[in-house]
Write a protein that binds this ligand. Sequence first.
Ligand SMILES: C[S+](C)CC[C@H](N)C(=O)O
Ligand SMILES: N[C@@H](CCS)C(=O)O
Ligand SMILES: [Zn+2]
Length: 349
Amino acid sequence: MGSLVKKEETSSSLMTEFLEKCGGYAVVDGGFATELERHGADINDPLWSAKCLITSPHLVTKVHLDYLESGANIIITASYQATIQGFVAKGLSVGEAENLLRRSIEITCEAREIFYNRCTKGSWDFAYAGTASRRPVLVAASVGSYGAYLADGSEYSGIYGDSVSKETLKDFHRRRVQILAKSGADLIAFETIPNKLEAEAYADLLEEEGIEIPAWFSFTSKDGVTVPRGDSVVECAKVADSCKKVVAIGINCTAPRYIHDLIISLRQVTRKPIVVYPNSGEVYDGLNKKWIKSGEESEEDFVSYVSKWRDEGASLFGGCCRTTPNTIRAIAKVLSSESPAASKLKLKQ
Ligand SMILES: C[S+](C)CC[C@H](N)C(=O)O
Ligand SMILES: N[C@@H](CCS)C(=O)O
Ligand SMILES: [Zn+2]
């Protein structure tokens, strides 16, 4: 009992202490798969970005490093669409599939080490922290939804059919979550969650499997009120709020224009830190694996929203699909010019 309480306290303090170290607000990285694509990777494949764990791990390292150089405090692994079932369908053995999952975390941890070794006294990083300390960086192990594995864009419909129950989803995710939790990541990022059922499955798994690292649950929305399956974001957030292992709740891969109202909805039901990392506002065509411009998106608009999102109560900010290191650099700049550490620096000058 004592050790259970201890673990839960450790979970909830990880994010609080991390945010304190970051000056109150933290920068999450940006679109990962779409950045691999921008560097020439062909991810038109059922494995999507996870294909690069096999074909071009050097690009995975490069994208992580680019985001670290841009100011990210949290870097998310390439495991979004890396599933044992998906790798086995490609002809890999279960053992090879499990090793690739572990490798996704190792590559990210290695990138953090490379970045730390590159940081020298006098770099902007030291000025950012206001002390001679290293910038805090967490590694978040990405878990994409069952819809991501289906590889038809169905994380944007959330419709899995009546044959897929909560138990089906738990069985689908169980082994991957167990492996990722023991691979050296600081937390698990359950991302782009499209329905309440999958959030419930994740919450059950975290509790039943005694997963020892904390997690965030991040939902996607196409209307600013519901997740794609039609469940209200408020109801989904309640599931996340009541799970003790969950240390932040948020929204990702959603058009920036919906984020403000979604933060207000989340705040109605949780006091946990809120994480937002919207996409560029473009819409994904899951059949052709292409992004379609809506004409409403612009990087300037995205970045100008950040202080409004902060005022509504979010504390972790980044980008999802089709955002780039430029977006993250701009977010880091907005936050560092307004953080308590930065204010102290200004006062000293
Ligand atoms: C977040 S969506 C853009 C991820 C890709 C999708 N699961 C697919 O395979 O098409
Ligand atoms: N972490 C994933 C999320 C896709 S919605 C990525 O950035 O590729
Ligand atoms: Zn995305």
